[in-house]
Design a protein around this ligand. Structure first.
Ligand SMILES: Nc1ncnc2c1ncn2[C@@H]1O[C@H](COP(=O)(O)OP(=O)(O)OP(=O)(O)O)[C@@H](O)[C@H]1O
Length: 354
């Protein structure tokens, strides 16, 4: 019978494809047991949304099966999301492992839709997820998460009030939408905005989160600046349509984050092409094509994915049923799931590499 040590030896050459290090050396293989030729072990991934989960499991199984007298290999898969790197002069949020901002240069390109669906995909994979809707001009995340009528509780605390986030679909949410009258225009001056963003970061009962997703207002204003200067961020995702004007604005936003020392994880091209519901095999490039790819090539950044324009995405958003839940097999849901996995993978790799 193979021993535990022999199983670990056989697994030693199997590498994490992204970190390019042995799974054994990374302490990702645990609880190895061998009973009458039946090998069992736990594979601890670096994110529950690991894009290469199946591939890694298959590689592990194949490696163990090379040992003599092995009759079966059972792999239990779990995940431990690493903590993002800390930064001098930035205050992290206790219990929150990774902060990911979603930004766009132009309004209306689908930033909130992408943020919400990334959050849903991560929560569906088993991660603990929170969201800050910092879009003061259009706080529509509560609608998208069917939390429009949620009332957030305020707990009195000697060092300042603590907000209890609303919660749905496994996502904890605080939003400007909970604090302002929807029908009243609000003029936010820099210091006020600064204060509310800090409250959303530090005075919320977040508990333990693997990912905190922040939906920013469009553009390059006070909210972006406050955030970048307050917390250490795992990175920012830039959303754009393929249209030239949107791409130009996206480039500005992207450069601002780079100047502020925030890592840009990549670009999501949204509304990349239109899929008519009655002719799903057809595609129309309503906003042009190739803009996202050209931008990422020029700047040496990853294109995280292309999300088609589908009526069901808009309907899902309006109805408080994100497309990942309402039509999980649609082309846009698939694209958004892949994007969430790519983001999670990149964040973990950045946390674990020097
Ligand atoms: N891929 C898509 N297919 C169809 N409709 C979409 C898609 N992405 C976004 N939409 C719709 O476009 C509208 C704008 O999207 P969203 O609110 O996500 O944009 P935004 O960039 O966050 O806007 P804002 O400037 O208000 O912050 C919404 O009605 C949304 O449902």
């Amino acid at each position: 019978m193979p021993t535990q040590a022999a199983v670990l030896d056989a697994l030693k050459p199997v590498q994490d494809p992204e970190l390019q290090k042995s799974l054994v050396d990374l302490n990702m293989i645990r609880n190895v047991s061998v009973h009458q030729g039946q090998v069992k072990f736990t594979l601890v991934l670096t994110t529950p949304a690991c894009p290469l989960r199946e591939f890694i499991v298959e590689e592990c199984k194949a490696a163990v099966q090379t040992l003599p007298e092995v009759t079966s290999v059972e792999v239990e898969v779990t995940a431990e999301t690493p903590q993002q790197k800390s930064l001098p002069d930035r205050t992290s949020i206790p219990g929150v492992k990774n902060i990911i901002a979603v930004s766009s240069g132009k309004g209306g390109v689908g930033k909130s839709t992408v943020s919400v669906n990334i959050a849903v995909a991560l929560a569906q994979s088993g991660a603990a997820v929170g969201m800050i809707d910092a879009d003061i001009y259009g706080p529509n995340v509560p609608t998208m998460l069917d939390l429009e009528d949620a009332v957030i509780e305020v707990q009195k605390h000697p060092t300042g009030d603590i907000l209890q986030p609303a919660e749905n679909y496994g996502i904890k949410l605080v939003s400007m939408g909970f604090l302002i009258d929807r029908d009243q225009p609000v003029i936010w001056r820099g210091p006020m905005l600064n204060g509310i963003i800090r409250q959303f970061l530090y005075q919320v009962n977040w508990g333990n989160l693997d990912y905190l997703i922040i939906d920013l207002p469009p553009g390059t204003g006070d909210a972006q600046l406050t955030l970048a200067q307050a917390v250490p961020m795992a990175g920012v995702v830039i959303v754009s349509t393929p249209q030239n004007v949107a791409i130009l604005d996206a480039r500005k936003g992207l450069k601002m984050f780079q100047q502020l020392g925030v890592s840009v994880l990549g670009v999501v091209e949204n509304m990349s092409y239109f899929i008519p519901p009655d002719l799903p095999e057809r595609q129309y490039d309503i906003f042009g094509s190739g803009g996202g790819a050209a931008l990422t090539q020029e700047l040496g950044l990853p294109l995280l994915g292309r999300v088609p324009l589908e009526m069901s995405v808009r309907q899902g958003g309006d109805a408080g049923q994100p497309i990942l839940l309402s039509q999980p097999d649609s082309a846009s849901a698939q694209a958004l799931r892949d994007i969430a996995q790519a983001v999670a993978g990149k964040v973990s790799v950045a946390a674990l590499t020097a």
